[in-house]
Write a protein that binds this ligand. Structure first.
Ligand code: UTP
Length: 469
């Protein structure tokens, strides 16, 4: 086994990863050999050489314009009314055709929380976790429409075991076992940026990281989840990422526009405030939607110019920022799963700790390695009739990214947004809330604002922190 492995590594100039082989136990050797066998070496070489790019950034930027969209400011221009959309979405939910895919495989490195991010106690009054908030929304939608809304939850090796244990410990927050599938995404090795050499995280382990949220597609197929969804008659999947507790899961308007437009993939956006907002930019090129990342402005002058361009009214021309909330047809995902290279890899230069040849752990202070990730939004150009729907960021977008005390996307900022949103729901329903008093609403109490009036006795006053549940 050793000879065969060494020969393969020598062929690709990577035999240094066996540098500590003699010190490993038989079990550790098996584990390392397995990690090595999983690697597609020719692909890795092509990726490191930068030959595997989709349309070049420059070509994309030169042809990109703003996408057609369902805008907040001009609902009269939408091809469908809000009521039509809600009705159509309710039909699909009632028919049991809608499922949810929640991706929670990220390493959450910026947050600095020692468990999977989904376990973070974000509820401003309840202290409930991100997982609980998301799963209770799904349960509430399924109760309301009298049909199962199956959840596919994607983890990674970094988050898998703890996520499963957490969900078991809490009985999946009320969701039936048959409606929750947890599956693990794939990994990609990190390589030294200069040489393309694999890095060792430990004597018996490569430095591996999750293959990006675009890894969802391959993982859905590999785990058998996609086939299981088809078998259950699920036709539409609502996609969200674990870090945003404000996502309106199965929100009727968005789902309804997707269905009425016969879109294969729809995406929610917010209007950007500045060219450098840290979101993906949704653009249209030849009638197809594409995403240009904010970080691409540093790589290509044409992208920078595009993102800074303003119309006669002073508004940003490329205004639509992705918040990573999508609806996708299951049939579309199935087609893409059988399309070679549907999702390209993106390269990111990151700090990756690793062993040097002597076995010392190197903790770099500057980015030293390349990580390879796929992004789910790269499916957009392939989708027929793809649509863009604008939402209000104050009400829909509160991503938890950074550690407590950070200037933005901190737990405090997310909690303040949750409190503001729930305060507004309650005040609209006639509740008097003393200034500065935090309130929170469980999705099982009210999934949407219009659930509240029936539940709140007239004259309700709140003078101290309260969790409506
Ligand atoms: P981010 O790229 O913001 O990563 O992922 P992160 O893990 O939340 O945080 P950092 O960058 O390490 O600080 C956005 C969303 O995509 C998921 C994450 O779990 C998060 O919900 N994701 C990301 C995956 O599921 N898999 C990945 O490989 C990457």
């Amino acid at each position: 086994m050793m000879d065969e492995l060494r020969a393969m590594l020598v062929e690709h100039g990577q035999e240094h990863v066996l540098g500590f082989w003699d010190e490993l136990t038989p079990t550790e050797r098996d584990a390392l050999a397995e990690e090595i066998r999983q690697i597609d070496f020719p692909l890795l070489a092509v990726l490191h050489a930068g030959e595997h790019t989709a349309m070049s950034l420059k070509a994309l930027a030169n042809r990109a314009g703003p996408p057609p969209a369902f805008r907040l400011a001009a609902p009269q221009k939408n091809p469908f009314s809000v009521d039509e959309a809600k009705q159509r979405a309710a039909e699909a939910l009632r028919a049991g055709q809608v499922g949810v895919i929640l991706v929670a495989g990220g390493q959450g490195s910026r947050l600095g929380f020692e468990h999977p991010k989904g376990m973070y106690p974000i509820g401003p009054v309840s202290g409930n976790s991100l997982f609980q908030i998301h799963l209770e929304k799904i349960l509430a939608a399924s109760r309301r429409y009298g049909a199962a809304v199956p959840l596919c939850l994607m983890t990674s090796p970094a988050t898998h075991d703890e996520t499963i244990a957490f969900l078991d410990q809490h009985d999946r927050f009320g969701l039936p076992e048959s409606d929750v599938t947890v599956f693990c995404q794939g990994t990609m090795p990190a390589v030294d940026a200069a040489s393309g050499k694999l890095l060792l995280a430990e004597p018996g382990h490569l430095a591996l990281s999750p293959d990006g949220h675009g890894g969802t597609l391959a993982a859905l197929v590999r785990s058998g989840s996609l086939d299981a969804l088809v078998e259950r008659g699920i036709r539409y999947l609502f996609y969200l990422q674990v870090d945003n507790p404000l996502v309106d899961i199965c929100g009727l308007e968005f789902l309804g526009y997707h269905l009425l437009s016969r879109s294969e993939m729809s995406t929610q956006v917010v209007a950007k405030q500045s060219p450098s907002d840290r979101v993906g930019n949704i653009v249209a090129v030849d009638g197809r939607l594409h995403v240009i990342e904010y970080s691409d402005a540093d790589k290509e002058e044409a992208v920078k110019e595009l993102l800074e361009r303003r119309g006669p009214d002073g508004e940003l021309e490329i205004w639509a920022g992705s918040i990573a909330v999508h609806v996708m047809d299951v049939a579309f995902l199935d087609r893409m799963a059988h399309t070679a290279d549907a999702l390209p890899f993106h390269l990111a230069k990151k700090k990756v700790s690793h062993l040097d040849r002597q076995g010392n752990l190197i903790d770099p202070s500057e980015p030293n390695a390349i990580k390879f990730e796929r992004f789910i939004f790269d499916l957009l150009p392939e989708a027929q009739n793809a649509i863009v729907v604008e939402v209000d960021p104050a009400r829909h977008f509160a991503p938890l990214k950074n550690a407590p005390g950070s200037a933005q996307d901190s737990p405090e900022a997310v909690q303040a947004q949750l409190i503001a949103e729930h305060t507004s729901w309650l005040r609209t329903a006639g509740v008097e809330i003393a200034e500065g008093v935090p309130v929170e609403i469980s999705p099982l109490f009210a999934l949407w604002a219009d659930d509240l009036p029936a539940k709140i006795p007239p004259g309700t006053r709140v003078t101290e922190a309260r969790f409506f549940c």
